[in-house]
Design a protein around this ligand. Structure first.
Ligand SMILES: *Cc1c(COP(=O)(O)O)cnc(C)c1O
Length: 446
């Protein structure tokens, strides 16, 4: 038998046996493997830190969302929100499942095309579309979601130059009881701006109006807000039929479903408070099928769900670099993954877990990243067991937004690995190195 490892003594108040409102104190959860591959093996093969994505989890989550909607509404089409995670391997899992692409820039549009998505299955959102971007979208017959009047006029001009038609929808912003209202995007419903935009589009000979879109916000915890939004879009849909005898093809309710992450300041864990896909689907389908729209003219329902479809599939594996005590006596720990890789740490109390059985001494701790920056805090207060230098930890639910909003700052961005359905790990984005970064720099020759 090997000698037990030395553990620093701690003094802690004995609270054993005192149940809190959720029952007895739970045993520290550990995450020792991902889809059958032990965490130490992943880190040995791909380094530390390393992002790991589970293809199985993506497909399971997608199937769950699809089932929730398709059992309640006859025509549903998901479009993968590229900005949530646009690594090709991730997008291609969604496309393989039947998802279209939802993009918000020329770059994302090109990425979707390069992933083999046909232009007519690309939804082009966002307030920044240049003439060049619009030309690309028109030539590929994409669904262009107009954000503002200046874009509308530019689009009319561009279709004239090209002598081509464009398929368009408008983004509508509306009061769904979610505040602040994201009224910086699209045309307002309540003040008549959206109706005005629709009338201008119906007048423009080169524009074919095919849909209505809204995206009311992100991490929306009340499903009923979607019912309000769906009702308002259904009203516009009927108004267009009444005035122009024209049926649109679709209503697009955007993204915004909450993931199971816990928001900072939340009293209950996100896994308890996050509505299920069933609840969202119930609210949305109720509103549309009970609206004035005749059932034979129901629109296709587009969903652009991002966060809720991919957050759970992503993990960040990291190593403990140091244990410290602050001047106040607080236990602190430094790990090798910083906020430059974890943009969502500004929003969420991310779940951090040991990868093996650890000490039973749990102490309120602060977890710092490795950056030489005061803001580099992964968790400011977490009950965490004693860990030793070299211990491997797993941060869960990091699949959404981190791998697009990450920054190359002080350190290289690490490998990203996907575990396929057979349980094999593949690098899907290589770790950066000095050459890859310097390849963008241009030396000044003297
Ligand atoms: C970001 C975005 C989405 C995805 O939002 P989630 O909150 O991640 O579901 C969908 N549609 C539009 C227009 C977006 O900007």
């Amino acid at each position: 038998m090997s000698k037990l490892k030395y553990e620093k003594p701690v003094i802690s108040k004995i609270t054993a046996g005192v149940p809190n409102k959720f029952g007895m104190p739970a045993k520290q959860r550990i995450i020792s493997e991902i889809d059958g591959i032990p965490v130490p093996k992943l880190m040995e093969d791909f380094g530390s830190p390393v992002f790991v994505i589970s293809e199985q989890t993506i497909r399971d989550t997608y199937a769950e969302a699809k089932r929730a909607f398709e059992t309640r509404y006859p025509k549903v089409q998901f479009a993968w929100s590229y900005k949530t995670n646009y690594l090709d391997a991730v997008c291609n899992v969604f496309h393989d499942e039947g998802s279209w692409a939802e993009v918000v820039s020329g770059f994302e549009f090109q990425k979707a095309l390069s992933n083999g998505v046909s232009g007519s299955n690309i939804i082009f959102n966002g307030p920044e579309k240049s003439e060049e971007d619009l030309t690309l979208a028109i030539n590929h017959n994409a669904c262009i979601h107009i954000d503002h009047f200046d874009e509308l006029y530019l689009l009319i001009e561009t279709t004239r130059k090209l002598n081509k038609k464009a398929r368009v929808a408008i983004r509508v912003n509306l009061d769904a009881g979610i505040y602040p209202i994201w009224d910086r995007f699209g045309f307002n419903y309540e003040n008549g701006e959206a109706w005005n935009a629709i009338n201008r589009i119906m007048l423009a000979e080169n524009l074919e109006m095919i849909g209505l879109h809204t995206h009311i916000g992100t991490y929306i915890m009340v499903a009923s807000a979607y019912a309000v939004a769906a009702t308002k879009l259904s009203n516009l849909y009927m108004a267009i039929y009444r005035k122009f005898d024209h049926w649109l093809k679709y209503i697009d309710l955007g993204g915004g479903f909450a993931s199971k992450n816990t928001l900072k300041g939340a009293y209950m864990p996100g896994s308890e408070t996050c509505p299920s896909f069933d609840e969202y689907a119930e609210a949305i389908s109720n509103a549309i099928i009970s609206s004035e729209i005749p059932h034979e003219n129901l629109p296709v329902l587009f969903m652009e769900t991002g966060r809720a479809l991919v957050d759970d599939a992503g993990y960040l594996l990291t190593t403990v670099l140091a244990n410290k005590r602050s001047t106040q006596g607080r236990r602190t720990m430094v790990i090798d993954a910083g906020v430059n890789l974890l943009f969502t740490t500004f929003w969420y109390n991310l779940g951090v877990f040991p990868s093996k059985e650890v000490s039973t001494h749990v102490e309120e701790s602060t977890i710092y990243g490795p950056l030489c920056m005061n803001i580099d805090v992964i968790r400011d207060a977490i009950n965490f067991p004693q860990s030793k230098v070299g211990d491997q930890l797993v941060i869960e639910r990091v699949g959404a937004y981190n791998m697009t909003q990450w920054m190359q700052f002080i350190t290289f961005r690490p490998n990203v690995v996907m575990i396929d359905l057979e349980g094999k790990a593949h690098v899907i984005r290589r770790k950066e190195n000095l050459d890859s970064l310097q390849s963008f720099e241009v030396a000044i020759k003297k």
